[in-house]
Structures are given as structure tokens and as C-alpha cells.
Ligand binder design. Structure first.
Ligand SMILES: Nc1ncnc2c1ncn2[C@@H]1O[C@H](COP(=O)(O)OP(=O)(O)O)[C@@H](O)[C@H]1O
Ligand SMILES: [Mg+2]
Length: 264
């Protein structure tokens, strides 16, 4: 009998509910979507849940500074500063190019892997989770390397009992035009989306892939709320109103039909 899958909660209950309770331990999961649709905030939830669950946590930030990630977390009541002081979390800053121990001076794949292993040694023995926000930043100037780089990362880090959330900035279709992206080697794909509906910005999530999991196949609307963070509002239904014609058009069609029947 295969043993039961051990899962890591993501920190967003509504998303755990779509994937049988969480991400299987040891997985590399790609998080994709357009700018502003919630990828960084989801990564922050994932790391915060790790802190609560006693995991060793590493956050790699390439698009924002360490301080920016800490500030965003604190807006949702998550104390990353304390977690760092307590030796539960290391935030590797790959944006600012500073000299401190937990900064990356260049977006180099081997340097990233070395830094992750160094961080894990510092945090100590035990289950670990990493958010790499974003991984695609490491091949921005050499997109043809995307697949090779993500394969290398997965191969090296799989020995270390890490569960990895890897943010990819590209939409999958765009990534394909640049060469195979991380989505192709990932064990799971969580896709965020955004759209304008009636002049309002709406955000959505769909699980496109999650190995060993009977995951939801439906688009769900999400929201980002002050003091709370990301939450799932519910499944997007096909609404009748979306297909119904405007009332005056409907009235004219019915009128025309009635007149036609009168003539006959
Ligand atoms: N404190 C907050 N309250 C409500 N919404 C917020 C808050 N902080 C950020 N947001 C929303 O989250 C968005 C940023 O989400 P983020 O996860 O950084 O996107 P990305 O997918 O680009 O990483 C902002 O554009 C804003 O709409
Ligand atoms: Mg981001």
C-alpha cells in the first residue's frame, strides 16, 4: 500500500480546500499570473503558515526588498521580524545587492542554490519550506535556460526535504514563446488571474495541476483584504445574466415573433 500523502497547509484555508488540504511535502509548485494578482501575498501566507507549523522557512525576494516583504506581511498581522529573530525564517534579499550574509548580489542560479543550502544549515534540522519570489527573475536575460535552470533547482533541492513555491512572472503562453518554463517540471501549478468586470478589478485562482491530488478544476474568485490578506470568495459560476440579452433587445425579439405569428 502506498503511504498517505503528507501535506503542507498553504496558509490560505480556501486554497487548501481546493487541493485536499495542502501541497504534498517535497513538491515544487509553480505560482503564475499577471502582476498584481496576489502571487507575492500568497507566498507570504505560505511562509507564515510554515512559521506557525514549526517549519524552517526561507523566502527569496527578487522584485522587492526584504523590508518590503516584512512590511506587507505585517499588514496582515504576520510578524516576520520576530520569526527571523527566533531563527525560524531567513529572507534572502536578491534585489538590493547589499553585502550582508543573506543578500544575493546577482541573479545567479548556482549562487541561489548555495544560499538556500547555507540558509537551511543555519536554520537547522527539520521540515523546510521555501518561497522563491520570483524564480523567473533568474533567467530574465536568458529565457532559453528556463527549463534547464528549474530542472537543476529541483534536482539539487529535492535531496534537502524542501517544499518549494516558485513564482513565475510569465503567463504560461508567454513563457512558451521564451522556451519551456518552470511549469513543465513543476509538480503543481497554481494560476492566479485578474480581470476587469464592470469597471472593477477582480482576482481569481485556478489549480491547473497538482500531482497526487484530486484537485478542484474550477475558477474561484479571490480577494485581498486589509488585515487579513488573501481569501477565496467562492467558485465562479456561469451566470445566466452573462448570456442574457439586454431587456429592450429581448422585448423587441418577442414583439417581432408575436407579429410574425399574427400574420400567419
Ligand atoms: N494591505 C492591503 N490591503 C488590501 N489589498 C492589498 C494590501 N496590500 C496589497 N494589496 C493588494 O495586493 C496587490 C499586490 O499583490 P501581490 O501579491 O504583490 O501581486 P503579485 O502577483 O504581483 O506578486 C496590490 O496591488 C493590492 O491590490
Ligand atoms: Mg510579486
Amino acid at each position: 500500500m502506498p503511504s498517505e500523502v503528507s501535506r503542507l497547509r498553504t496558509g490560505v484555508k480556501g486554497i487548501d480546500d481546493l487541493i485536499e488540504g495542502g501541497i504534498p511535502e517535497g513538491f515544487l509548485v509553480a505560482v503564475t499570473g499577471e502582476p498584481g494578482c496576489g502571487k507575492t501575498i500568497f507566498s507570504i501566507h505560505f511562509i507564515n503558515q510554515g512559521i506557525l507549523d514549526g517549519d524552517k522557512c526561507i523566502y527569496i525576494t527578487t522584485e522587492e526588498s526584504r523590508e518590503s516583504i516584512m512590511r506587507q506581511a505585517s499588514q496582515f498581522g504576520m510578524d516576520f521580524e520576530k520569526a527571523m529573530e527566533d531563527g525560524k525564517l531567513i529572507i534572502v534579499d536578491a534585489l538590493m545587492g547589499r553585502e550582508d550574509k543573506w543578500s544575493l548580489k546577482s541573479l545567479d542560479m548556482e549562487a541561489l542554490v548555495e544560499k538556500i543550502i547555507e540558509a537551511k544549515k543555519e536554520l537547522g534540522y527539520g521540515r523546510a519550506r521555501i518561497a522563491i519570489d520570483s524564480l523567473s527573475a533568474f533567467w530574465l536575460d536568458r529565457p532559453a535556460m528556463a527549463r534547464r535552470y528549474s530542472y537543476y533547482l529541483k534536482k539539487v533541492l529535492s535531496k534537502w526535504n524542501f517544499t518549494i513555491l516558485a513564482v513565475s512572472q510569465y503567463a504560461i503562453t508567454t513563457a512558451e514563446s521564451f522556451g519551456w518554463g518552470i511549469e513543465h517540471i513543476a509538480d503543481g501549478i497554481i494560476r492566479f488571474r485578474r480581470a476587469l468586470r464592470g469597471g472593477e478589478l477582480k482576482r481569481f485562482v485556478i489549480i491547473e495541476k497538482m500531482r497526487q491530488t484530486n484537485h478542484s478544476r474550477y475558477l474561484h474568485e479571490i480577494d485581498i483584504r486589509p488585515g487579513v490578506g488573501l481569501m477565496v470568495l467562492g467558485r465562479v459560476e456561469r451566470r445566466v445574466e452573462n448570456y442574457k440579452l439586454p431587456p429592450d433587445v429581448m422585448r423587441r425579439i418577442i414583439e417581432a415573433k408575436r407579429r410574425a405569428e399574427e400574420i400567419l
